[in-house]
Design a protein around this ligand. Structure first.
Ligand code: 15L
Length: 263
């Protein structure tokens, strides 16, 4: 049987580009959506989330949506409002109308970024209260709450991934804790698309980092088995950059520099 198409929004972005490379091996057929052209994809729609016709066509016949589209960092409130808040609402409403079964939502660690790091290497649970560090983080809190509303009201399932730091390799001392490798990202998205869930489920999205700040048990309960550990880069990184001083925001807060004025 032909695999049903999965809609990938933000397909031209950093994570979208990596998932386009890695997810076909899991048997998915991706339909891509982005405001920028997505090169080399047979099924790609170039449009804004505000284009209701294009969005309705994008969700038609898909089993699931991986929703990555939006601004990926802090921006003026009006821009966050349009791209992340209004845009995510439009995506959810189009998906509900089309009867989409599940959405995998790219949330972020910045939804709880003003949380102080727990002492003694303890990990932060998935039910830590919202503590956004930016308008960007606030938009991710909105997305998670929107997912909860659509699950309870309409039965649309969502797995929200509070992604740490997606990168080919860790580049800062903070990323020894927050790194999500491309391979683990694909493993996590696959688990989030396929595991049985009811309603809205929140998981952290990081690799199996020795210095992890977040509890991966809800992700593991979906079948996620991370293979990478940033610790492999620790000696080289700390020799070059040093350990973090206690007053460094990267040391104090989960969201690191996002908590600082001017970020
Ligand atoms: C995010 O949410 C951003 O999209 C990404 O660019 C990184 O800054 C990441 O968080 C992080 O916290 O490292």
């Amino acid at each position: 049987q032909e695999p049903r198409p999965v809609l990938l929004t933000g397909a031209a972005g950093r994570i979208g580009t990596s998932l386009r490379e890695l997810l076909p091996a899991y048997g998915y057929r991706l339909r891509c959506f982005d405001r920028l052209p997505v090169p080399g994809e047979p099924e790609a729609i170039t449009a804004e989330l505000q284009d209701a016709k294009a969005l309705a066509a994008a969700v038609r016949g898909v089993d699931a949506v991986i929703h990555l589209a939006g601004l990926a960092g802090e921006a003026p409130f009006a821009d966050i409002l349009a791209a992340n808040i209004d845009g995510t609402h439009r995506l959810y409403d189009a998906a509900r109308t089309a009867g989409v079964r599940r959405i995998v939502y790219a949330s972020s660690n910045h939804a709880t970024g003003f949380t102080e790091r727990p002492a003694g290497g303890a990990v932060v649970p998935v039910d830590a209260p919202p503590r956004p560090d930016t308008y960007y983080g606030l938009s991710k809190c909105f997305g998670e709450n929107l997912a909860s509303l659509y699950a309870d009201r309409h039965g649309t399932q969502t797995v929200s991934l509070r992604i740490g730091s997606f990168a080919d390799r860790p580049r800062t001392v903070r990323m020894l804790s927050t790194w999500l490798s491309p391979g683990d990202c694909a493993r996590l998205v696959h688990a989030a698309l396929t595991a049985p869930v009811s309603g809205h489920t929140v998981v952290y999205g990081i690799s199996a980092n020795t210095r992890a700040w977040w509890d991966l048990s809800s992700a593991r309960a979906l079948g996620y088995r991370p293979q990478d550990d940033a610790e492999a880069y620790a000696a080289e990184l700390t020799a070059r950059l040093g350990e973090l001083p206690a007053d460094d925001p990267d040391h104090r807060y989960l969201g690191g520099r996002f908590t600082q004025t001017g970020h």
